[in-house]
Ligand binder design. Structure first.
Ligand code: RIB
Length: 285
């Protein structure tokens, strides 16, 4: 990347309670024998740290409670010097929690108790200026609408988890990222998008469209996946950084797929986020 980008991420912070299980439970079933670990997570925080590890200067606007889980959830962001000056620490609400089951093949199932994330508000003095703004759907829709209305620069919206969004989000975003099931959920409404649209297919790769025109299709490099949590967040941050830096669609997609693949090779969302050097080394293999 030629210039260091200033990135603003507006989104969620969670503490992930991640249980390694032999297989995912069926409805009504109890599965025992899990090995539990706690990791910092949340789509906003994951995308912020992914962008930071890939070389950007990053500010995160997010909301947490005043509980001990907040400190645990923010630890890796603080270590990486993500700017948390605009963080909203809210009394009387818990920090977001995600309960995650992960199989030996790395497949997961996630239930989120969003807590403080639902109370995020647009800062009184507005959003800090940035070259690139990234947001998702784990925080209030009104805040996202303010982001797309007031933020200049390249805007990336990860439509995850799928829910109704104002059409202004689709028309303003320079990049929209969805996974396969989110793409199905939004269906034809995605045709309102005016910029890039990336669809991810897990280990099968990703496609990049501009409007409705397919401009690139890539399979990720083969890796030994142990946990796919955070792979989509890594892909989103990497693709947004590449496109906002002016990298051509096909090269940007190849880089983002490799970054996402690397994020599956270690347990947990944030401990697995790769650096730009690790991505380049994988691509040169
Ligand atoms: O995208 C993965 C993230 O989704 C997890 O870290 C979890 O917190 C949920 O927000």
């Amino acid at each position: 990347m030629a210039k260091t980008l200033d990135v603003l991420v507006v989104g969620s912070v969670n503490l992930d309670l991640s249980a390694k299980v032999a297989r995912l439970p069926q409805p009504g079933e109890t599965i025992s024998g899990a090995v539990l670990k706690r990791f910092p997570g949340g789509k906003g925080a994951n995308q912020a740290l992914a962008a930071r590890r890939l070389g950007a200067e990053v500010t995160l606007v997010a909301a947490v409670g005043e509980d001990g889980n907040a400190d645990e959830a923010l630890a890796l962001l603080q270590q990486a010097d993500v700017d948390l000056g605009a963080l909203q620490r809210l009394p009387g609400v818990p920090t977001g929690l995600a309960m995650i089951a992960v199989t030996p093949e790395g497949e997961n199932q996630i239930v989120v108790a969003p807590g403080a994330n639902t109370k995020l508000r647009t800062p009184d003095d507005g959003f800090p200026a940035a070259d690139l703004v990234i947001s998702q759907l784990e925080t209030p829709g009104a805040v996202l609408e303010d982001v797309v209305k007031h933020c200049a620069g390249f805007v990336c919206v990860n439509l995850a988890p799928a829910k109704e969004v104002d059409v202004s989000v689709l028309t303003r975003a320079d990049l929209i990222v969805v996974n396969e099931s989110e793409a199905d959920w939004y269906g034809q409404s995605l045709s309102a998008a005016r910029g890039f649209v990336a669809t991810t297919y897990g280990a099968r790769g990703a496609k990049l469209y501009h409007g409705e025109t397919l401009i690139a299709e890539t399979e990720p490099p083969a890796v030994d996946a142990v946990d796919t949590t955070g792979a989509g967040d890594t892909f989103t941050a990497a693709l947004a950084l590449q496109l906002a830096s002016g990298v051509a669609g096909p090269n940007a997609l190849t880089f983002a797929c490799a970054a996402g693949a690397l994020a599956t090779t270690r347990r947990g969302a944030q401990p697995s986020l790769p650096t730009a050097r690790e991505v380049r080394t994988l691509l040169a293999r």
